[in-house]
Design a protein around this ligand. Structure first.
Ligand SMILES: NC(=O)c1ccc[n+]([C@@H]2O[C@H](COP(=O)([O-])OP(=O)(O)OC[C@H]3O[C@@H](n4cnc5c(N)ncnc54)[C@H](O)[C@@H]3O)[C@@H](O)[C@H]2O)c1
Length: 397
């Protein structure tokens, strides 16, 4: 039996999903995660909303981008993002570049009528993020800011429990995002340590994820008081060099949050939590129950309910791999756990669904409006750290 006939016999008539031409700018950490997701979706989720046709890949270094092209399976490569945006076969522009390169390619892609997925934080500040939001709205294209933590099944379950009222009235949100990958003062400079390329340090890199979870799980943030700190003031210009360059962003940030609807929250983000790898703690406390999640235990959600009989009250560890759980029907049997890369498959599947249907990624996915509002919170926190005053946030859009 040939492949086509086998598919037809197991699934009914052969389904032929549409294809969508993808152009990827930036092929390193995130570019690899996105490319893997685009390719792997249809192995597990059939029929996909659209099959990603990997048309073009862009990076600065000719040899490296050629290697990435053959490794990931794109049809062509270029060192010019403008050429990629102008490519008529590219319908979707995936911007996986450092933060200083989000604005211009996104504006150009929107003007060219391309659908866009852009990595987080959307802009280096709220002005950039707002310009991107206005551009995609003007163009009427589908847009997504790549907050992939929204696609962790345990966090989708957390959101469902909150929305179903299982936690009652929400009082507290608590996020603590701790890493230590750059705690060594001799770990060299990268774009992540320069204000002009990154915007913020740990605050933008890690804190934007925490702020997104705060907004997505609890609601809009009304005011913020913040403190940022740089512990390692300079770093070698490159590995092993004696020459050092000043670090112009934060290594850590703390904040108090007040949500518009009443809950309060705390935020702690750091690149200097020795021993922590990708420890992203999210806790929510309500009048009826509490939730606890830690990204280093990605498949687990801890849930406490005051509605349980008193003799069994306590935090329950829920292994979020059951059929009844988010994405439970597309994966392996219960208990066969998922990894971080699967969150990108969920994310890209969601994005391609919106692209194929010509619609929006909200409310599950983050739009450029979410990206803009996220930037307003980060800017407010930095302003509060500078002035020592609480900042009431205003959203222009
Ligand atoms: N969602 C997440 O969990 C997550 C994780 C890490 C990074 N990010 C975000 O993803 C984005 C990229 O981060 P990364 O860690 O992949 O960075 P990286 O340094 O690993 O990769 C950046 C890529 O951009 C390319 N690039 C740089 N300048 C370019 C130019 N002028 N033209 C074309 N290509 C250019 C580089 O060649 C490289 O391929 C950032 O916005 C970052 O905040 C998100």
């Amino acid at each position: 039996m040939d492949g086509e006939a086998r598919l037809a016999s197991s699934n009914g008539p052969l389904k032929t999903p549409p294809t969508v031409g993808v152009g990827l700018i930036g092929y390193a950490f995130m570019g690899r995660a996105h490319s893997h997701a685009f390719k792997a979706i249809q192995y597990m989720m059939w029929p996909p909303p659209a099959v990603a046709d990997l048309v073009s890949i862009c990076g600065r270094n000719q040899d490296a981008v050629q290697e990435a092209r053959s490794r990931y399976g794109y049809k062509r490569w270029t060192t010019s993002w403008q050429e990629l945006v102008d490519d008529p076969e590219v319908q979707v522009v995936d911007n996986s570049t450092p933060n200083n390169l989000h604005l211009e390619p996104c504006l150009a892609a929107a003007a060219a009528g391309k659908d866009i997925i852009c990595e987080k934080p959307l802009g280096r500040d709220a002005d950039e993020s707002r310009a991107m939001l206005e551009a995609v709205e003007r163009a009427g294209v589908t847009h997504m800011c790549a907050f992939n933590y929204r696609f962790i099944p345990a966090l989708q379950l957390a959101r469902r429990l909150i929305q179903d009222g299982r936690l009652g009235q929400i009082y507290h949100f608590r996020a603590s995002y701790q890493q230590s990958g750059r705690v060594d003062p001799n770990s060299p400079m990268t774009w992540r340590f320069r204000r002009d390329t990154a915007g913020f340090g740990a605050l933008g890199d890690l804190g934007s994820h925490s702020v997104d979870q705060a907004r997505w799980l609890i609601g809009e943030i009304g005011s913020v008081s913040g403190l940022t700190k740089t512990f390692i003031p300079d770093r070698p210009v490159e590995a092993g060099s004696d020459r050092r360059e000043p670090v112009t962003v934060d290594d850590a940030a703390l904040a108090l949050l007040e949500f518009q609807d009443g809950p309060i929250g705390t935020l702690e983000v750091t690149r200097c939590a020795t021993g922590r790898k990708n420890y992203h703690l999210i806790e929510v406390n309500g009048s009826l129950g509490s939730l606890h999640f830690n990204c280093e235990r990605l498949n687990e959600l801890r849930f406490f309910s005051r509605e349980d009989p008193p003799e069994i009250q306590g935090f329950h560890d829920v292994l979020v791999t059951e059929r009844a759980h988010p994405y439970g029907t597309v994966w392996w049997p219960p208990g066969h756990i998922l990894g971080w890369e699967h969150t990108f498959m969920h994310e890209m599947h969601h994005f391609l669904t919106a692209v194929a249907g010509g619609g929006s990624v909200e409310p599950l996915g983050a739009t450029f409006r979410d990206g803009y509002r996220n930037s307003v919170v980060l800017d407010g926190l930095a302003e509060s750290s500078r002035t020592g005053r609480k900042v009431d946030l205003t959203y222009a859009s």
